[in-house]
Design a binder for this molecule. Sequence first.
Ligand code: ZN
Ligand code: FE
Length: 241
Amino acid sequence: MPINCHLYPCRSDNYGVLVRDEATGQVALIDVPEEMATREAIEATGWTPTHIFITHHHGDHIDGVGGIRSSYDVEVVGNAADKARLPRLTRDVTPGDTVMLGETPFEIIDTPGHTVGHIAYVSRPEKTAFAGDTLFALGCGRLFEGTADQMHASLQTLAALDPETRIYCGHEYTLANARFAVAMDPDSSTLADHARQIEGRRAAGLPTIPTTLKTELAFNPFLRAKDAADFARLRAAKDNF
Ligand code: ZN
Ligand code: FE
């Protein structure tokens, strides 16, 4: 049986996601950016959280964890290597581990770069990835702690997933990312068309998430970087764009 995902916007430009394993009714929160917005999403769906999957330690991804855990009996999953600066975990995981949400497996993928302890949660059978602040629609996370080499390798790991994989990310940055992508590749009419679709969705107040890996492989300049040096050059150009 499949999973269902409910995406909700919160804070200024964050997204949280509720993921429900339909076979068992187990529900994971992908990060808890803000307690109240997450509570509203829980009410709106009627889904009771059983798990929290933490991608990384930044406040806009963990601030609501304590509040939610005071009301719900949840398994709190996070990277063992980063446990000192995460909320108290009930299940610390290591890249390569698989966490079950009911009948649905999620593989823990090491994705350092934005932070050194960042991980992604990937369900291969469901072709769904929760990439946190590593891969964004048409962009990627800033290098707060890791190196360009690390981020390039993390992005290439995600790029090797099934192209049909749906990618959920932690922020709605797509419009600004699209402008940068177009500036890097001004002659591509297919990219220009894609950027116009994004403008239309944002103008209508609609999310651009999830994207698909296939779309990102076609248009995301950071996934298309030739090597780590090319990636580093692009990331620096975006930081000053
Ligand atoms: Zn972050
Ligand atoms: Fe973030």
